[in-house]
Design a protein around this ligand. Structure first.
Ligand code: GDP
Length: 479
């Protein structure tokens, strides 16, 4: 039934696309990677004709107009563009981050690039932007695992020495639970809460361990507290059948429910229908947390990229048409570094992605990567310190930010030397020779004021290479 439904959806999408060319663009990334800011900046730049020299359709004046329209899926929350842009532009604070899936439809009217096609009426491209938490993607591998396999893996990881601090309370609680005892809801709920706390602790500030499934334990969306989310791994023995009514049977049933009512519908209704995908990654945060976090990020990326090309023998691979044809991996918040370091940041992302692509045995879609800032909160300058010229960035730190002993009121600009990235990306993985955790300085700057474009007529949000991202994701469809 799943298969038939998806074939039908794909067929409807494609037939509709013949008459109204439509592109479904997925925007994902782990929590706080910058999804909300990226979508808001993308839409604002298209609606207001922002300065995008590398996005050819816009730079050549072929975009005749862009409008927001009613989205096609009534059951999916709308991406609250108006609220987000108001916060950025008027209040100069960052918008609320992605908590669940949302969608926005944008229609772009354009003039064709080729002269003979220009004689025909202008083209229209409908872009459906689908914003969803990257955490949810990590659930895909669960579809091919039963409760026993899931438990074995989850418990093996929880027992790793590097997770001792985070997993301790959960393992302690687990030790008091007998899988064969009669199931009771209070124990199930407590154990599940302890498991969720452990997963969240692995993602908390300062402990940037990789993200582990189940994804909804980290980002429940609107399912918080529902039975399908009330389970945890148990030390169950492979091949053994546990009596009906036992804790093991109860949690195994919940786990299966999680896959059926949570994971499968997401992949079928949303993920399998995407045409293009941008994956946002906060590489700088991982770099600053040290080599273990960089290695973890690479593992998470391998898992995520693996979702875009699942094997034929897997549940999704069984009917996922070769639909996603372009994937862009973008390191966000490049405005935290001086331009001189952007090339290095890009080399680092390339290294991480190349490794992940090779390990995920990934091929088929065109991939690209870049370092970008969807909204550029800083500008560059050079200051001289003891006769040495230092490349710095200048911005307005958010209220309450401190640098050394100095505390900021949200109104004062300051120059910051963010630190250097290593020239050789390999160094970041090297525990002996890697860069010291915390050696980069990240300040939370306020969003910038709107700035006039070169012609001085239009006010737009400054960015770094947002136009290159748009060219890769949309350019060929606006020819
Ligand atoms: P999401 O969880 O992926 O939706 O992440 P957000 O888009 O909400 O971004 C999380 C935070 O990262 C924001 O509140 C900003 O502080 C910061 N951020 C995101 N994008 C940028 C950017 O382009 N430049 C700067 N300076 N900060 C950004």
């Amino acid at each position: 039934a799943d298969e038939a439904r998806l074939v039908f959806d794909n067929f409807t999408d494609r037939t509709a696309s013949i008459f109204h060319p439509t592109l479904r663009l997925g925007v994902t990334g782990l929590s706080r990677a910058g999804k909300t800011v990226f979508i808001t900046a993308l839409v604002h730049n298209l609606l207001s004709g922002g300065r995008l020299p590398l996005f050819k359709a816009q730079a050549n004046g072929r975009i005749l107009g862009a409008d927001l329209e009613e989205q096609p899926d009534d059951a999916v929350p709308r991406f609250q563009y108006e609220d987000h842009i108001r916060r950025i532009v008027e209040e100069r604070v960052w918008p609320e981050s992605t908590r669940a899936i949302s969608e926005l439809r944008l229609t772009v009217a354009f003039e064709s690039a080729s002269s003979w096609r220009r004689m025909l009426p202008g083209g229209r491209l409908t872009i459906d932007i689908v914003d969803y938490p990257g955490e949810w993607l990590l659930d895909l591998p669960l579809l091919d695992k039963d409760f026993t396999a899931f438990s074995a893996e989850a418990l093996e990881r929880a027992q790793l020495p590097s997770r001792q601090k985070e997993a301790g309370p959960f393992l302690q609680k687990l030790a008091s639970v007998d899988p064969e005892a009669a199931a009771d809801e209070v124990t199930a709920r407590d154990l599940s809460a302890a498991f969720a706390d452990y997963l969240k602790a692995c993602r908390a500030d300062g402990s940037a361990l990789s993200t582990l499934p189940p994804g909804r334990f980290l980002m429940p969306g609107d399912l918080d507290g529902s039975p399908a989310l009330t389970f945890a791994p148990l030390p169950v023995e492979p091949g053994r059948t546990y009596p009906k009514g036992s804790m093991a049977a109860h949690l195994a049933r919940r786990y299966e429910a999680y896959k059926t009512v949570v994971v499968k519908p997401f992949f079928r209704n949303h993920f399998a229908r995407l045409d293009r995908q941008i994956l946002l990654v906060d590489v700088l945060q991982a770099i600053n947390a040290g080599p273990e976090a960089v290695a973890d990020l690479e593992t998470a990326l391998t898992d995520i990229l693996g979702c875009f090309r699942p094997g034929r023998s897997t549940w999704l691979g069984g009917f996922l048409t070769r639909r996603i044809d372009r994937i862009l991996v973008a390191a966000t918040k490049a405005d935290h570094l001086h331009r001189e370091s952007h090339r290095r940041l890009e080399a680092i992302v390339r290294q991480i992605v190349d490794d992940a692509v090779a390990r995920a045995k990934f091929s088929g879609a065109k991939t690209d990567m870049l370092a970008m800032a969807a909204v550029r909160a800083t500008r560059e300058a050079t200051i001289t310190d003891a006769g040495e010229a230092l490349p710095v960035i200048v911005g307005t730190p958010a209220k309450g930010e401190t640098i050394g002993k100095r505390s900021f009121d949200g109104q004062t600009e300051t120059a910051v030397f963010p630190g250097d990235l290593p020239d050789d990306p390999r160094r970041l993985f090297d525990p002996q020779n890697g860069i010291e955790p915390g050696s980069l300085r990240f300040v939370r700057f306020r969003p910038p004021k709107l700035q006039p474009s070169t012609e001085g007529l239009i006010l737009s949000l400054p960015h770094i290479r947002l136009d290159r991202a748009l060219e890769f994701l949309l350019g060929d469809r606006l020819q």
